[in-house]
Structures are given as structure tokens and as C-alpha cells.
Design a protein around this ligand. Structure first.
Ligand SMILES: [Zn+2]
Length: 268
């Protein structure tokens, strides 16, 4: 049984800096495995608030080096390893997070690199396995050019998290077969700026991929003003795909293929 816990839904520096929405990332749990996606500012506090024990984390996955995705990587690794007492855990991420890239230094400090069992810089389209879960790095198109998304092949279903990206046909193709699709949609309507999604491009992706459940998250200021709930309803109305807007603290239990009846807990 897989469970998603949203430790944050903020998607722009205006929203993050004022903590209009939290920004601790997404935790995914399945049996003994716990993956933490994009631990932004406040990951420790929100994990405590929403009952997630970060010491149980198996792997931390970071899509790119923007501060609202990677800021708390080191403290999360510290929590995972009990400050280095236990040499354990895996960090997967874009090259910009894990290596010297251009003029920037790795986000993961040398000290924290030494606490981990494995560090895996992933390039677009590469594949890796953790325990029984295969993970594909999605080819996303973002201002951090090394940015990636993640597609997880669980035994009974496939879940994709795009991270930050503009629309592309290549991405749509790579998302094919996804059952649960988490899209970062910072902008409402057709108002995307930079290399990001808006509601209109989310509709394009969802109507082609046709997942069983779509979850939009990572909201900017304009999106919050438009109200993500309204945007999710509009996406669902047009695509016919069940779509929800994530909230801080939202817990989703997608269940398995066969039991796919009531996927949402704690959502109103
Ligand atoms: Zn970004």
C-alpha cells in the first residue's frame, strides 16, 4: 500500500518566503520504503506536524537545484542518518544538486555526502532501481537545464512526479502509462512564465496521458488567487480525469489497481 503525504504545496519564491503554503516536499511511503521528494524549506517542521519520521527515509530525490526544491536536503540527510551515526540512505538527484555544475557548488555538502550509502546523479531518461522499485528520470524542460522528473514503477501501478517543467511532447510520451500523475502547476489559466506549467498546459498533458488520478501542486501567487480547487475542477471537467488540488498535509492513498475505489483520505 502506497501513501503520499504532502509536506508542502508552495511553488514560487513569493509563496515560499511568506509560507502562504508550506514547502517541505512530498513523502511517499510503501511498506518499509520511504521516499522524500524535493525537500524545500521547512521539511523538518512539516514532517513533525504531519507525523512523518524522517529517520525512516530510504531515499531522498531532488528534481533540481532551485531553493524551494532542495533547500532542506542536508538537514533531511542528517535526520535520515541520525547525524551520521548510521551510515545509510540514498540521494538521487539532478547533476546541479549533486555535482559541481557550471559555477555552482553541489547543494549536498561534502560532509553529508560522506554520511550516505549511495549518491546517484541522474541524467534525463536514465533508469535506476531502489529495492524493487524502478525509477526513470523524466526529460523535463526547465530553467535548471539538468532538471529531471521521476517516474516510479510500483508493483501494481505507476506514479509520475514531473517536478518543474514546461510542456513538451517528449515529456507526454515519457509519462505514458502513468496511473497517478503529480504535476507542478504554479500558474493558472494560460499564464505560465519561464519554463513552467499552467492550467492550460496541465490539461494538454492530462488529456493525453489519461492517468487514473491527477494531482496538481506547487502553486504560485496567481494560482492561489485563482484558487487551485477551481483550476482542478476545470481540469477535471475538460479532461474527464479525476483531478485534485493538493493541500498542505494532504494524505493520498492511491491503493492498488484492483482496489482503486476511494483514493483520497484527509481531503476536503
Ligand atoms: Zn524550478
Amino acid at each position: 500500500m502506497v501513501q503520499l503525504v504532502f509536506l508542502g504545496t508552495a511553488g514560487s519564491s513569493a509563496v515560499v518566503s511568506k509560507q502562504l503554503r508550506a514547502s517541505g516536499g512530498i513523502v511517499m511511503r510503501m511498506d518499509d520504503l520511504q521516499f522524500h521528494l524535493d525537500p524545500g524549506p521547512g521539511a523538518l517542521l512539516k514532517a513533525k506536524e504531519y507525523g512523518v519520521n524522517l529517520h525512516h527515509t530510504t531515499a531522498v530525490l531532488v528534481s533540481h537545484c532551485h531553493i524551494n526544491h532542495c533547500n532542506d536536503l542536508n538537514v533531511v540527510v542528517d535526520a535520515m542518518t541520525h547525524g551520521g551515526i548510521e551510515h545509510r540512505g540514498v540521494v538521487l538527484g539532478s547533476k546541479s544538486v549533486l555535482q559541481h555544475y557550471g559555477e555552482s557548488h553541489p547543494v549536498l555538502t561534502y560532509h553529508h555526502q560522506g554520511l550516505l550509502e549511495r549518491i546517484i546523479p541522474l541524467e534525463k531518461s536514465h533508469k535506476i532501481g531502489i529495492e524493487l522499485i524502478e525509477i526513470n528520470a523524466l526529460s523535463v524542460d526547465h530553467t535548471d537545464e539538468t532538471a529531471i522528473g521521476f517516474k516510479f514503477f510500483f508493483p501494481k501501478f505507476t506514479l509520475s512526479y514531473t517536478g518543474d517543467t514546461a510542456f513538451s511532447e517528449e515529456l507526454v510520451q515519457q509519462l505514458s502509462g502513468t496511473d497517478i500523475l503529480i504535476l507542478n502547476v504554479p500558474y493558472p489559466g494560460n499564464k505560465a512564465e519561464g519554463k513552467n506549467l499552467d492550467t492550460e498546459s496541465a490539461i494538454k498533458i492530462i488529456s493525453q496521458v489519461r492517468p487514473r488520478l491527477a494531482i496538481i501542486t506547487h502553486f504560485g501567487l496567481e494560482m492561489l488567487k485563482a484558487d487551485p480547487l477551481n483550476e482542478a475542477r476545470e481540469i477535471q471537467r475538460i479532461t474527464g480525469v479525476q483531478t485534485i488540488a493538493a493541500q498542505d498535509g494532504l494524505i493520498v492513498s492511491p491503493g492498488s489497481y484492483g482496489k482503486y475505489k476511494s483514493p483520497i483520505k484527509g481531503y476536503s
